[in-house]
Write a protein that binds this ligand. Structure first.
Ligand code: COA
Ligand code: AMP
Length: 632
């Protein structure tokens, strides 16, 4: 079938399409219907079906004779470690950990927070939770204790599973003190923690509260797979919104399993036994969907890479992994390729390796610039496919479905809408704009299976953030256009979210931190263009009268504060002091205009501006940071 036939079939009869797709996974009890719209505009999928995600990711492959196939290839240039874990071994390990968690009182519906670096045990912890129906919430290692505490208070986990440390090229990141600090700050206290001691840093453990990973599960009986209703939550993954309070995106069990399984073949063209590599981190949605669940649901082999595109040890590390493990499909963020291109513009490292196994490179997480795409295409000699999705959506909503039809790629476009996604571009009044015109990217409800059914404990926020701007649609927070052939172009965010090295960050959260500095009266954080990371946050600080410290001292303290409160991942290293912020007459800070000035892009004087002079002052202040290239 062609892409168009499949897309049209999903539009014409979604019920039939998604029930058919559901046949690809194993059920304890098959669902009688796909969509439950009884509580629209909140939707559920496969709610009367009964299944288990871990069973579908592990046990069923073992039963089908794939037990000896490698499930996970762990490749860690940063520690000099490699390992291969078969489906049979992984099932045994996961069942034992799950049994130990059960023994300690974790059961269906309980939350378990996971704070781990890129080690196989992180995937084991996720799968062990899903085996017994516990809801996992993985937190990215680059966040500080305070961010961890916010997530502990929101998810109220019974247990935390952590590693003693993560390893960055320039330092060992001690996770255990961060976790202890977070537990101290949080009002909610978990019952216990499980700590994987890594040789790079052995953490002191508190008797009866912190359990060492191996000792914890030594005598545990393996756990069976818990029967889960299709709409029972599988995980919560926090993502940045417009405020300091992150949004807890809920993922259900069955919709997620069905949708991810569908994407592995139809989008990524990956079959059971193929080696698939998503060079991301388990802390992000890409890691959830395409390091852990997607490849395993499809019976493929997942690469778990603990390293960086450059410096571990060099710009050839990606190519070494592809050659050594015979990767057929790779997925990463454009930033990773920009980093490699910067160090190896001529591709000398590329030519040192045999990349003949690689069929396609997929890029997502941020806008892919054409220079990077062309460079990657020329160097690798395979199609480079940009595709678009978000934490909320869980898997690609716009892509070129390589397993269905190798449609032409258009420069600047992220592809076409995937089945089940009726993507439209709307003006401020919620009307569809003509092809080729810019507007807000919205998706007609209901969203297909596997997308977010809601936010954890925050139904009103879910409605307000996503459903109210355009009734009958899901608001993506992205702006862009659709051309006459149906190709979707994602251009920018419509909110205060920025994308730094493929990491989604909230400028609002950074502003909240900066406002806590005693000398800061008012502030704004904007995203400015960066050749490597796509965007970088830049803070503009208005100070209280009578401060005794120098501007330099205050800027340095503010940078330190964001690192301490949000974490190094915020990459907040630029700030300057200004007298005033430009505002509209109603008091709204003109962040977008300031970002354009900083980037040297065309900008118009906003009609509603209170005092145009302020923009001149801002421009001068930005010039001093070396960021302003004001052309207008
Ligand atoms: N744990 C602890 N700290 C972390 C971390 C983690 N898991 N991940 C990143 N950090 C730290 C970094 O060490 C860095 O700290 P520093 O300020 O002390 O140097 C900081 O957070 C910022 O990290 P990053 O923005 O990633 O910059 P970098 O200079 O370390 O690396 C790249 C630059 C391009 C190599 C890196 O960003 C990269 O590989 N990007 C690929 C993007 C990606 O995989 N995105 C996932 C979504 S698909
Ligand atoms: P996250 O939820 O962390 O996956 O971030 C999702 C956001 O990243 C999207 O809403 C977009 O703003 C941006 N994004 C992801 N993929 C792309 C892409 N292919 N092109 C442009 N922006 C993208």
């Amino acid at each position: 079938m062609t892409y168009k036939q499949v897309y049209d079939a999903a539009q014409a009869d979604p019920e039939k399409f998604w029930l058919q797709a559901a046949g690809a996974i194993d059920w304890f009890k098959k669902p009688t219907r796909a969509l439950d719209d009884s509580n629209a505009p909140l939707y559920q999928w496969y709610s009367d079906g009964v299944m288990n995600t871990c069973y579908n990711a592990l046990d069923r492959h073992v039963m089908a004779g794939r037990g000896e196939q490698t499930a996970i290839i762990y490749d860690s240039p940063i520690t000099g470690t490699k390992d291969k874990i078969t489906y049979a071994d992984l099932t045994t390990r996961v069942a034992r950990l799950a049994g130990a968690l059960q023994q300690r009182g974790i059961s269906k519906g309980d939350r378990v927070l996971i704070y781990m670096p890129m080690v196989p045990e992180a995937l084991e912890a996720m799968l062990a939770c899903s085996r017994i129906g516990a809801i996992h919430s993985v937190v990215f290692g680059g966040f500080a204790a305070n961010e961890l505490a916010v997530r502990i208070d929101d998810a109220t986990p019974k247990a935390i599973i952590a590693a003693s440390c993560g390893i960055e090229p320039n330092r060992v990141v001690e996770y255990k003190p961060l976790m202890d600090g977070a537990i101290d700050i949080a009002s909610h206290k978990p019952d216990f923690t499980v700590v994987l001691q890594r040789p790079q840093s052995i953490a002191p453990l508190k008797d009866g509260f912190d359990f060492e990973w191996h000792a914890f599960q030594q005598d545990a009986a393996p756990a069976e797979c818990e029967p889960m209703q299709g709409n029972d939550p599988l995980y919560i993954l926090y993502t940045s919104g417009t405020t300091g309070q992150p949004k807890g995106v809920i993922r259900d069990n069955a919709g997620h399993a069905v949708a991810l399984h569908w994407t592995m073949k139809n989008i990524y063209n990956v079959d059971a036994g193929d080696v698939f590599w998503a060079a991301s981190d388990v802390g992000w949605v890409v890691g959830h969907s395409y390091i852990c669940y997607g490849p395993l649901l499809a019976g493929a082999t997942a690469v778990l890479f603990e390293g960086k595109p450059v410096g571990t040890p060099d710009a050839g590390t990606f190519w070494r992994v592809i050659e050594e493990h015979k990767v057929v499909s790779m997925f990463t963020a454009p930033t990773a390729f920009r980093a490699i291109k910067r160090e190896d513009p001529e591709g000398a490292y590329v030519r040192k390796y045999d990349l003949s196994s690689l069929r396609v490179l997929y890029l997502a997480g941020e806008r892919a610039d054409s220079d990077t795409i062309i460079w990657a295409q020329n160097q690798l000699g395979v199609p480079v496919i940009d595709h678009w999705w978000q934490t909320e959506i869980g898997y690609p909503a716009v892509a070129i479905p390589m397993g269905l039809e190798q449609m032409p790629v258009k420069p600047g476009a992220a592809g076409v809408a995937m089945p089940g996604f009726d993507i439209q571009v709307l003006d401020d009044g919620g009307h569809q704009v003509p092809a080729g015109e810019m507007g807000a990217i919205a998706i007609k409800l209901p969203l297909p299976p596997g997308t977010l059914p809601g936010l954890w404990n925050a139904e009103q926020r879910f409605r307000k953030s996503y459903l109210e701007a355009f009734p009958g649609y899901y608001e993506t927070g992205d702006a862009g256009m659709i051309d006459e052939d149906g190709y979707v172009y994602i251009m920018a965010r419509t909110d205060d979210v920025i994308n730094v090295a493929g990491h989604r960050l909230s400028t609002g959260a950074m502003e909240e931190v900066l406002s806590c500095h005693p000398d800061v009266a008012e502030c704004a954080v904007i995203g400015v263009a960066d050749a490597l990371k796509g965007q970088l946050p830049l803070g503009l600080l208005c100070l209280n009268a009578g401060t005794v410290k120098t501007h330099g001292e205050i800027v340095a303290e503010c940078i330190k504060l964001v690192r301490e409160k949000i974490g190094p991942v915020a990459a907040f290293k630029l700030a300057c002091v200004v007298d005033r912020l430009p505002k509209t007459r109603s008091g709204k800070v003109l962040r977008g205009t300031m970002a354009k000035i900083a980037d040297g892009a065309e900008w118009k004087l906003p009609a509603t501006i209170d005092d145009p002079e302020v923009l001149v002052e801002i421009s001068t202040a930005l010039q001093a940071t070396g960021y302003a290239l004001n052309k207008s």
